[in-house]
Design a binder for this molecule. Structure first.
Ligand code: 6PG
Length: 259
């Protein structure tokens, strides 16, 4: 896939997961304030998994509970597991318990993916319709999130785009429901065109088990279609990697610019 020009990225190395969460929370608040001042709203796609929980907990407390313009926020998800919204594995459930139930965001502005739908393709199509409706006021064909939060697996996957997935070649649809063989389940996920259309992308990466992949993604020359996280590079936006020292210990330099 001939992608857009890759933008420089910034790598913020925190001493530990708590420091990572606070560094990301400060930037999250900055972006939210800028978006509302510019557009009157703040559109964000939340990440799943465990690493973002620290960020969500910090955002749910002061000063961010008061500082972030939650009433003007529109919340989406980058991906979702095919489980009910009250399931322990639900990304919606995780974000609700750690953040959304603690901040004054109108329920009508929280847009979860319907992981409980027995037809994942229908759930993906429904979410795509919602995205197009939400972002239709912009002339562009693609939604342009103010902020997309991402995690990264040790295999380089991000959202539910796994190495070798046909979903990595999707160039038209905004949301798909790939079958993930290693998990023996479908997942719902945004596609690369949507992710790469964002103004700002945060990768949140913590732990020694991510160190080798992080080095590969940040420092390898070129990019492999086998490493989804290497295929994230916003055409007109920036990536900020918030990593802790355990994940960063193999990096050659603290500031990395993608080639
Ligand atoms: C998910 C996420 C997934 C996650 C990575 C890293 O639904 O699980 O979308 O891509 O970000 O697996 O997960 P951790 O942060 O738990 O390591």
């Amino acid at each position: 896939m001939e992608g857009p020009t890759r933008r420089a990225s910034e790598v913020v190395v925190a001493a530990d997961p708590v420091g990572l969460a606070h560094a990301a929370a400060e930037r999250f608040a900055d972006i939210a304030e800028e978006a509302v001042a510019r557009d009157g709203r703040f559109t964000v796609a939340l990440a799943g998994g465990s690493t973002p929980k620290g960020l969500y907990s910090v955002l749910a407390t002061e000063p961010y509970r008061s500082r972030v313009p939650w009433r003007e926020a529109l919340v989406f998800w980058g991906d979702e597991r095919c489980v009910p919204p009250d399931h322990a594995d639900s990304n919606y459930q995780t974000a609700t318990e750690t953040l959304l139930r603690h901040v004054p965001i109108p329920a009508a502005q929280i847009h979860r993916m319907r992981g409980e739908d027995p037809d994942p393709d229908r759930a993906a199509a429904d979410y795509e319709w919602l995205l197009r409706l939400t972002f239709q006021r912009e002339s562009r064909l693609l939604p342009r999130f103010d902020l997309v939060l991402l995690g990264m697996g040790a295999d380089g996957h991000t959202v539910s785009l796994f190495p070798g997935s046909p979903a990595l070649r999707e160039s038209a649809r905004l949301v798909v429901a790939p079958y993930v063989a290693r998990l023996q389940t479908h997942r719902l996920t945004l596609t690369l065109p949507v992710l790469n259309g964002a103004r700002s992308i945060f990768f949140l990466v913590s732990g020694e088990e991510k160190a080798r992949m992080l080095k590969t993604v940040l420092e390898a020359v070129g990019r492999s279609h086998e490493i989804p996280s290497q295929m994230i590079f916003p055409s007109r936006g920036t990536i900020t990697w918030f990593v802790d020292s355990a994940a960063a210990h193999l990096l050659a330099r603290r500031e990395a610019s993608l080639p």
